[in-house]
Design a protein around this ligand. Sequence first.
Ligand SMILES: Cc1cc2nc3c(=O)[nH]c(=O)nc-3n(C[C@H](O)[C@H](O)[C@H](O)COP(=O)(O)O)c2cc1C
Ligand SMILES: CCCCCCC(=O)C(=O)O
Length: 367
Amino acid sequence: MATPVCLDDFEKYAEAHLSRMAWDYFSSGSLEMTTVAENRKAFHRLRIRPTALCDVSTRDVTTTLLGERVACPIGVSPTSLQCLAHADGEEASARAAAALDVCYVQSTFSTRSVADVVAAAPTGLKWLQVFPLTDFGITERLIALAEAAGYRAIVFTVDHPAKPSNWTFSRRPVGLPPGVSIRNIEAVLPGEIDESNVYAPKPGLKPTGKLSWHVVERVRQLTKLPVILKGILTAEDARLAINHGAAAIWVSNHGGRTLDGQPAAIEALPEVVAAVGGRVEVYMDSGVRTGADVFKALALGARAVFVGRPVLWGLAYDGADGVKKVLEILREELDSTMAFGGCSSIGEIVGKLRVVHKSYYKQFVPK
Ligand SMILES: Cc1cc2nc3c(=O)[nH]c(=O)nc-3n(C[C@H](O)[C@H](O)[C@H](O)COP(=O)(O)O)c2cc1C
Ligand SMILES: CCCCCCC(=O)C(=O)O
């Protein structure tokens, strides 16, 4: 295969080279996968309105997340089981993120532990993702480890209260090949994973559906770190999140892997941004594949975007170097979109009708 030039090329490579089980695990979503598809289609329905004759001779893509500087507003979403994509797994993806000075979010269900990741990538902004699991002690111990290791925020995933209905996983259980284990869980709870079917864990590791907004306070009480809520899609939940002390809100539909039929994350972003009214930062993921997508999300009020599957494709292509290429391509495409859109800094992208739904243009069509 020729050298990949865009994220779609990395996806094709991954599909051709990963084991069938790994590819199915990474690519699938719930039920008919309509939300997986909508995450892309919704970006295509948006149009960028360019501004001519601006000084775009130099462009600055740096920004800050919760006060910490990053080289660009593109980060790595938490994704589980990265050693299915490459033997170095999360060590490689964290190294790539650190090399590019972008935010790295480690999944609870990582095939490398917090300690492994910090040893492999001692620099760079790192956050830990946690779930509401049946055994709250697991979350508690992971947060303590991350805080001690210098992680800078906790990403609390609120859109995963049960095992998702995924026909692909039902047809072929997701198992771990020899030598691969969920080391992040092993570090706090040895011997709990059934390696032949990771979606049939021991009771304590199951997602709990016994939830209320008080769980956010419970997580906050465990740590001095800011707690970001991941998986918010409505204005009502965004307001509740702020009332319960969320430091930031992450608009996401989990890449279409949880509730099929929910909106594309980019469609839900404007109502969340409006409800938040600038009180906390808003991030988004789900379906971001080009620098134009990044520009659209920022114009609609996201402080930063994150990518999930593209990082797994990069790992499959060439470990840490592959992930670096994926992130560099997105950064360069964002930079180019800014030049042609008329923006010299990230701050200039926001607002000003830079991005509209394609129906905006109907009003100008002669009747
Ligand atoms: C294989 C895979 C594993 C995932 N694991 C987690 C996880 O452990 N925790 C979590 O909060 N989200 C998880 N997600 C969701 C991602 O964080 C992210 O929301 C999603 O992948 C974004 O969509 P994208 O893949 O289209 O970029 C996972 C997604 C995939 C594809
Ligand atoms: C190994 C158990 C899988 C946990 C769920 C990870 C996840 O969020 C996903 O989308 O997959």
